[in-house]
Write a protein that binds this ligand. Structure first.
Ligand code: GCO
Ligand code: MG
Length: 402
């Protein structure tokens, strides 16, 4: 089998997505997600100008060699743009292989290791009362694990609190919105949120929280300690992790489980935190970390160090990415949990898919390949529009991490 062509498709059904469609000489095509939120066209150009010309004529079954060709074969390695482009190609090749062999992708990755993929949903509210109500709605929908984010009194907007509750979407059209931040107010408020949630919902439901890279190691240590009585499933992205060694400080002080990795792109980004057992969950996304091929290697490294997986699954990862994650999740032994944020109806219509939710679990479906398609005709009704994630400043105007 030979790859004959590959098209980069850009559309905005509910939000912007970049999708790669790889064609072969026997009529089978595969889909990959290449979306990098707020930087979409950089990946699109990297693919169409630099990678696709080198892809034509290759055998799609040689996904390992093709991966190495684009990674090792490039002098300029790593980074989100490069790795999202390689990830899109890799995901599309696994889709093609599954379709050609008439089997779901998970069967090519070792087969099912479990009956379903436990997911966590996103509850958020403007204050503790509203967040309690939202957590209640997710519990009623059957979720066993729920991430809770609350607005903080005295800060006009904060990460994770949506305008549209069910469809959380931080990117906005126009120039980047500016948020304000106060670590002091945040650290005082969050333990109260989780105390209230445990009082209301008891001990059984898994509760998660995302600090979204906003704390220093010692602040994260304080938060982790103060949350210990409420036994979180995980505390996510407590600290920005360019300095992986920073997590040594957090780890020395708290038994709250730590999750990290949605902005990581390669195994090198996670090497210290995994091999020193500084985290409990590695959250890299199939697309942003070079596809299924590379994520399998990350999971194998993590397995040795008691680190479980918890793939990123925000709305800016298209249904193609989510399906790739589900096939990965159901097959690896050291799976932990999968993030699941609902896509809008428009997104779901442009990307018809076989995965389905029941009782707190997602199931990838048993059709050939990834089980996701792309309706090009419908997608053409939703043209790309530039959108940005917010930027964040401290109350005195200092530029800070969003
Ligand atoms: C998450 C993430 C997202 C990101 C978003 C950026 O845990 O799902 O933190 O909310 O902010 O994916 O593009
Ligand atoms: Mg996050």
């Amino acid at each position: 089998m030979k790859i004959t062509d590959a098209k980069v498709l850009i559309s905005s059904p509910g939000r912007n997505f970049v999708t790669l469609k790889v064609y072969t000489d026997d009529g089978i095509y595969g889909l990959g997600d290449a979306t990098l939120n707020g930087r979409e066209l950089a990946v699109a150009a990297y693919l169409s100008e630099h990678l696709v010309p080198c892809l034509i004529g290759r055998d799609p079954f040689q996904s390992e060699d093709i991966w190495q060709y684009f990674y090792r074969g490039a002098y300029w390695r790593r980074g989100p743009v490069t790795m999202a482009a390689i990830g899109a190609i890799d995901i599309a090749l696994w889709d093609i292989k599954g379709k050609a062999l008439n089997t779901p992708v998970y069967n090519l990755l070792g087969g099912k290791s479990r009956t379903g993929v436990m997911v966590y949903g996103h509850a958020n509210g403007r204050d503790i009362e509203e967040t309690i109500d939202e957590v209640g709605k997710y519990a009623a929908m059957g979720y066993r694990a729920i991430r809770a984010q609350s607005g903080i009194p005295g800060i006009p907007s904060t990460y994770g609190v949506a305008k549209d509750k069910l469809y959380y979407e931080p990117a906005e059209k126009g120039l980047p919105p500016e948020n304000l931040w106060s670590t002091e107010k945040y650290l005082l408020y969050v333990p109260k949120l989780f105390e209230s949630l445990r009082l209301k919902f008891g001990d059984d439901v898994h509760l998660l929280h995302d600090a979204h890279h906003r704390l220093t190691p010692i602040e994260a240590a304080r938060l982790g300690k103060s949350l210990e009585p409420y036994h979180l499933f995980w505390l996510e992205d407590a600290v920005t992790a360019e300095l992986q060694e920073g997590f040594r400080i957090v780890r020395q002080h708290t038994t709250t489980p730590l999750a990290l990795g949605e902005v990581f792109n390669t195994i090198w980004d996670a090497k210290t935190v995994i091999t020193e057992q500084l985290i409990d969950y590695i959250r890299m996304a199939t697309v942003h970390s070079g596809g299924i091929t590379h994520l399998k290697k990350v999971a194998s490294l993590a397995e040795i160090y008691h680190v479980l997986t918890g793939c990123h699954g925000a709305t800016d990862l298209s249904p193609v990415s989510l399906a790739a994650a589900l096939h990965f999740d159901i097959s690896v032994n050291n799976f932990g949990i999968q993030e699941y944020m609902l896509h809008t109806k428009q997104t779901d219509e442009v990307f018809p898919h076989t995965y389905s939710f029941s009782d707190g679990y997602l199931h990838p479906g048993d059709g050939p390949g990834l089980g996701v398609d792309y309706d090009e005709k419908l997608a053409s009704k939703f043209p790309y529009e530039r959108a940005y994630l917010p930027v964040n400043r401290k109350l005195d105007g200092t530029m800070y991490n969003w």
